[in-house]
Design a protein around this ligand. Sequence first.
Ligand code: ADP
Ligand code: MG
Length: 330
Amino acid sequence: ETIINQIAAGEVIERPASVVKELVENAIDAGATRIEIVTAGGGKNLIRVTDNGGGIPADELTLAVSRHCTSKLTDDVHDIRALGFRGEALPSIGSVARLSIKSRTTDADSGYEVVVRGGHLEGPRPTAINRGTIVEVSDLFYATPARLKFMKTDRAESTAITEVVKRIAISFPQIRFSIAGTDRSPLELPATCSAGETVTETAMLERISQVLGADFSENALALDSEREGVRLTGFTAIPSFNRANSLHQFAYINGRPVRDKQVFGALRGAYSDVIARDRHPVGVLFLQLDPSHVDVNVHPAKADVRFRDPGLVRGLIVGTIRHALAQSGI
Ligand code: ADP
Ligand code: MG
């Protein structure tokens, strides 16, 4: 069992930033409106994610760290609305680190904690905590020294963590994110609209400015179009700085961050006539489409996608951006 989890961990958990991604996505799935991330040693020594979401009932805490136990599966594997769905993240993390989960639901009279170390489970036992969940991961990869060797400097791992959080934060402006730690300057992303409210273009642009800087939003073209059930919204701009790269390109499918070559290729293609070859357009693209028209299940890390009609998606992106460029006289 521990070995199976360690193999699974090899696919899901490559570095501290992958742990942060999984924990933050779980917090979002739990309906959190505040998510706080604290790290030490680039996340190798400590990652702590605190949320104010719905929490995990005491009798489900043990299940949460068991393989393939997810509370999120629907009947149709394509119809995935939650960010997580495989029930792999927590057991994988528990097999390569010390994992502690403290959680308390709204109606519980106490919180509970479980600890996993070396595949061995302790708890649940009562613990003091406010409503929500605190997941603490320490000594990442202590049992798999070969992996530790591939880790970069604390600073580089910290930067990767920040990038992951920024990428997720862009599509959730109603959530407040904060990151702090020993090897970084703290980052605060206050919510730009309230939970439950529909996210306006203004709220979205404000969150994007927090992440990409005010000069992006001042120069950004707003996109909003639809073709055959695929909707594209978002913003693009020619960067005012020369070193913009693919780190300044963000794509989301039904709210889920993806790093998809086809989507980024279409963004570059749309700008090919107006931008030098060695420069990259900056952009945040949100695609909304029927879940049966896209397969986000191709890889456990869930970054790749397969569209049923790739030509339609590319045409929509290129066409919409070129139209917006023409309208603005660029
Ligand atoms: P998945 O997200 O694919 O379901 P995980 O291993 O990431 O699998 O999490 C297992 C389960 O633990 C989730 O389905 C959820 O029920 C519960 N869980 C994990 N993190 C949280 C959290 N922060 N708040 C509430 N429930 C959580
Ligand atoms: Mg998950």
